[in-house]
Design a protein around this ligand. Structure first.
Ligand SMILES: C[S@@+](CC[C@H](N)C(=O)[O-])C[C@H]1O[C@@H](n2cnc3c(N)ncnc32)[C@H](O)[C@@H]1O
Length: 293
């Protein structure tokens, strides 16, 4: 098993939770060819993709094969539509963002437990939600709900400005540790990700306004601070509805010819209910309930 799986920081050393091995945090780069937006993995043939990624990214054939199989499923399900999102899916190493016990399931359709009572969203939802916000190079993106870090890792193949907020402090720190370890191993694309521990309901005002916002926890309304921090012409994707029964809405903030700013909504799953982890609330440094009204 790969020693890079699921790492956490401990007093200047990185402890591999999987093996118990202690590694210096200046681990040797394993990725031989750094990411650039011009990089194009082979998309027409699984064996060619696996060989390419083994050679250029130092990744394991076992996970590359599963990534390729899931890639074919997300393409045939129309969760990814354009070449840039297809590339992002093929590049993002999901195996580094799941718990060690879930490694064999890293590329399954389902969401998976990541500890602290929350989950890593399934690969189909991540790719459909990301495709729906049409990320352009240089776009400033805000994610609410860092969780495992996979969603922001995927975004880093689409733009070099990703901001992500997580409300569970030890999870925010654990995920930051994973990014930093992977950056040390040559995944320089994750330098695009700025992360913080906070209540994402209030957005990240100093970093905004944002071209796109992606919310990965469910709430019964659109948080006004997030809508305010979205640029005119910007797009937000957000699961909205009662607990455990949200619909995933694409919200476009537009200015009409009358100068009035409006938010138009559409459902990226055509009305299907998709349950999400709740959008919780921070009060005096402690998580208390949710932001539902
Ligand atoms: C479905 S999970 C994680 C999905 C994540 N994007 C990923 O790729 O793993 C949703 C996350 O939202 C976080 N969350 C819930 N309420 C939040 C809030 N008010 N601010 C920031 N994060 C929040 C949860 O703690 C959880 O980690």
């Amino acid at each position: 098993m790969n020693r890079r799986h699921f790492l956490h920081m401990s007093s200047g050393l990185v402890t591999a939770a999987l093996t118990g091995t202690i590694l210096p945090d200046t681990a040797q780069a394993a990725v031989s060819t750094p990411w650039t937006p011009q990089m194009k993995p082979p998309m027409g043939n699984g064996e060619e993709f696996i060989q390419w990624a083994q050679k250029n990214r130092g990744e394991s054939a076992e996970y590359l094969r599963k990534r390729w199989e899931r890639y074919q499923a997300v393409v045939s399900n129309k969760d990814v539509l354009d070449e840039r999102n297809k590339t992002a899916f093929l590049m993002a190493p999901r195996e580094h963002f799941v718990l060690p016990r879930n490694l064999p399931r890293a590329y399954e359709h389902a969401f998976l437990d990541i500890g602290y009572g929350v989950t890593i969203s399934g690969p189909h939802i991540v790719s459909r939600m990301t495709t729906s916000i049409d990320v352009q190079p240089g776009d400033k993106i805000l994610e609410i709900g860092t969780g495992s870090g996979y969603q922001s890792a995927y975004l880093s193949y689409l733009t070099d400005q990703v901001f992500t907020i997580e409300i569970i402090q030890p999870l925010a720190e654990r995920t930051r540790g994973i990014y930093d370890q992977l950056i040390g191993e040559g995944y320089s694309e994750f330098k695009a990700i700025q992360s913080r521990h906070a209540d994402g309901y209030y957005g990240w005002e100093e970093a905004g306004p944002f071209d796109k916002i992606i919310v990965t926890c469910g709430i019964d309304h659109i948080p006004p601070p997030l809508l305010k921090q979205l640029k005119v012409g910007g797009i937000m994707v957000i699961p909205v509805g009662p607990p455990g029964a949200q619909r995933v809405l694409k919200v476009v903030k537009e200015e009409g010819s009358d100068g009035v700013v409006r938010a138009t909504r559409s459902d990226i799953y055509g009305g299907r209910i998709v349950p999400f982890v709740p959008f919780t609330k921070l009060e005096g440094g402690t998580i208390k309930g949710t932001h539902n009204q």
